[in-house]
Design a protein around this ligand. Structure first.
Ligand code: CP
Ligand code: NVA
Length: 313
């Protein structure tokens, strides 16, 4: 068996596409173990003496707090760095920032707009770079999502996950992560808001190798039928605020409400990466209802991020 501790050490975490199914499963197993340790109050200083720089040019509640508390629980130090605090905000290049931070830190987590910027940071850093969300992808989210699904369902392979809404960063990472672990992923979105064609093509290829399917449709009711997991995200992502009004009209039928939930399997669970716009992509009744696993999912960000840091750094 491959020793995952050696295959993962030192790697960047930019996209789930770059990781094997075994590596992603290893991270989920480790996240489960670390969660159990937290619940038992057992110390687990796997990153004692190590530091993580966290660069944010977009807002965050879950990603920031879970990485910050997570590295603290692992015995390390977090540094919260905004674009305004760093010389990056005054024109120092991404490459120079990467080179310098690599001399002080053991890892960098970055949340920003352009995915290319994160690739550039990673290319010039000699320490692991973790993608904490770009306009293109949100891979750390999906590790926590898959962990939550397995926790509730006991399995991953063969499950039907239907994502309702915008073909965005979260949808892209769900397609990669789902395809890697054998889930059938259906993206139900309005015409013109589909996932990126290149990502769809790659995810379909990965799915083929793992005996599952990736589908895109605008028929939300058909997509909800037989789902084990119904997932949604905001209609307008960070950076799309100017389109919010227009999107409210375009997406109005792409809502997880009680009627849609009735079409899914009886024991289906509901996920949302959060923050939620209650009354838009999801109703109060559903997010606060018995089938919602949304707040476990949010908690699992902590455990998943700790697993990612412990494995890479
Ligand atoms: N789901 C998620 O990434 O939440 P934050 O934007 O609060 O980090
Ligand atoms: N798609 C959303 C996810 C937030 C966690 C955004 O990019 O704003």
């Amino acid at each position: 068996m491959t020793d995952m501790t050696t295959t993962l050490k030192g790697r960047d975490f930019l996209s789930l596409k770059d990781f094997s199914s075994e590596e992603i499963l290893y991270l989920i197993d480790l996240a489960d173990e670390l969660k159990a340790k937290v619940k038992k109050g057992e110390p687990h200083p796997l990153l004692a003496g190590k530091s993580l720089g966290m660069i944010f040019t977009k807002r965050s509640t879950r990603t920031r707090v879970s990485f910050e508390v997570g590295i603290y629980q692992l015995g390390g130090l977090p540094l919260f760095l905004t674009n305004d605090d760093l010389q990056l905000g005054r024109g120092e290049t991404i490459a120079d920032t990467a080179r310098v931070l690599s001399r002080y830190l053991n890892g960098i987590m970055i949340r920003t707009y352009s995915h290319q910027d994160v690739e550039e940071l990673a290319a010039n850093a000699t320490i692991p770079v973790i993608n904490g969300l770009t306009d293109l992808l949100h891979p750390t989210q999906v590790v926590a999502d898959l962990m939550t699904i397995r926790e509730r369902k006991g399995i991953l392979k063969g499950l039907n996950l239907t994502y309702v809404g915008d073909g965005n960063n979260v949808a892209h990472s769900l397609m990669y992560g789902g395809a890697k672990l054998g889930l059938n992923v259906t993206i139900a979105c309005p015409k013109g808001y589909e996932p990126m064609p290149e990502i769809l093509k790659e995810a379909k290829q990965i799915a083929k190798d793992n005996d599952c399917q990736i589908l895109v449709t605008d028929d939300v009711k058909e997509a909800a039928k037989g789902a084990d997991v119904l997932y949604t995200d905001v209609w307008a992502s960070m950076g799309q605020e100017a389109e919010a009004e227009k999107r409210r009209k375009v997406f109005k039928d792409y809502q997880i409400n009680s009627d849609l939930l009735k079409l899914a399997k009886k024991d289906a669970i509901v996920l949302h990466c959060l923050p939620a716009h209650r009354g838009e992509e999801i109703t109060d009744e559903v997010i606060d209802g018995p089938q919602s696993a949304v707040f476990d999912e949010a908690e699992n960000r902590l455990h998943a991020h700790k697993a990612i840091m412990a494995a890479l750094m």
